[in-house]
Write a protein that binds this ligand. Structure first.
Ligand code: DNO
Length: 347
């Protein structure tokens, strides 16, 4: 495996030098942040990320994300043109040495949470989700703003988009995903890039919006649309694990050949559809981190790994989920977990 760390570019308060000091850190996961979804990334911007990373002794082989514009997801008039732009980004990234592109196909919202600073007993805080609380914020009915999303859309835009997606439903979303994959995956193969779809977070429908990258049945369907290695997965334990119906150890074992990117984080499930994010080790939450990594190592996993969201600890303030300290602790835990399991399973 290769250990990586998400870096939000020049605006990220965490410097590349600090990231490099985390033991065994191989590279960054980043993106071009000043082009709107659907636009083409300039080769200079891509090269600059790579040069900055390399100067700090880090690689730049993973992009998270090349966002899929809404019009591709709902199948608007410009979908084909936007898919062509997407393909161009894949080509350019491949040319610059990127090996893995993470993306998602969630309508309107990416991750959803009801609280950004959930107070934990130890004085730290973390992101939390309570379905009951979130539903009170239904953008169609409420004037309150959604945590994390208040500036992304105007209320009118949001209502329009939600209505469109309700109209196309899951079937329409699958159809549009298929159209996207059939064009993008052959380009990725040519470019030497593995595409890695991120699961929906949380992995169920919210506010009546269709969500389809959610469970084993849908993974099977997704992977069979284009049965190519380049059509792969970002296995995000915290996203998939929010649903107790997902058996993550079983899924890790089953899909290991198509998992190119691993997001490791733990959550504590406190009730049905209610959880908060915790420190990475198995003991701290509801997910069997050891079992998941063991299944992957035994299956020959050789993709990229990153510690996912951390709590805010030691008084750190910063981008929710993406502070330095708890993600660095998570990285050290991940390295230990892999080292122990790899040495135990060596023939
Ligand atoms: C949140 C992340 C997601 C992820 C995208 C990938 O912190 O896990 O925003 O980057 O869903 O496209």
């Amino acid at each position: 495996m290769k250990l990586t760390f998400r870096w939000y570019g020049d605006g990220d308060p965490i410097s590349l030098e600090k990231i490099k000091q985390i033991p065994q850190m191989s590279g960054i996961v980043s993106a071009v942040y000043d082009v709107a979804p659907g636009g083409i990334w300039s080769e200079q911007s891509i090269q600059k990320i790579k040069d900055d990373a390399n100067k700090a002794g880090l690689e730049f082989e993973v992009v998270e994300s090349v966002p899929v514009p809404e019009e591709i997801k709902y199948g608007g008039e410009r979908a084909d043109e936007l898919i062509e732009n997407y393909c161009e980004n894949v080509r350019r990234l491949g040319k610059a040495g990127v090996k893995c592109i993470c993306y998602n196909f969630m309508p309107v919202f990416d991750w959803l949470r009801s609280e950004m600073e959930h107070q934990n007993l130890d004085g730290s805080n973390s992101l939390a989700y309570s379905e009951a609380e979130l539903l009170l914020l239904d953008p169609e009915k409420s004037e309150l703003s959604l945590p994390g999303w208040d500036e992304s859309y105007t209320k009118a835009e949001l209502k329009r988009l939600i209505a469109i997606y309700k109209g196309i439903g899951e079937d329409g979303l699958w159809k549009n995903l298929e159209r996207f994959l059939k064009k993008v995956i052959p380009v990725a193969e040519q470019a030497g890039v593995n595409m890695a779809i991120h699961p929906d977070d949380p992995p169920w429908s919210v506010f009546g919006l269709p969500r389809i990258i959610t469970n084993e049945e849908n993974y099977d369907r997704f992977l069979s649309i284009v049965p190519s290695k380049a059509n792969g997965l970002t296995f995000c334990t915290g996203s998939l694990g929010a649903s107790c119906d997902n058996d993550l150890v079983k899924m890790a074992k089953k899909y290991v050949d198509r998992i190119h990117f691993l997001h490791l984080r733990n959550i504590k499930i406190t009730a049905n559809r209610e959880f908060h994010e915790v420190a990475h080790p198995t003991e701290c939450g509801s997910l069997d981190m050891f079992g998941i990594v063991k299944a992957l190592v035994e299956g020959g996993f050789d993709g990229y790994v990153r510690p996912d969201h951390g709590r805010m600890i030691w008084g750190e303030r910063g981008k929710y989920g993406y502070g330095l300290y708890d993600r660095a602790l998570g990285a050290a835990y991940i390295v230990g977990l892999f080292e122990a399991i790899e040495k135990m399973t060596e023939k």
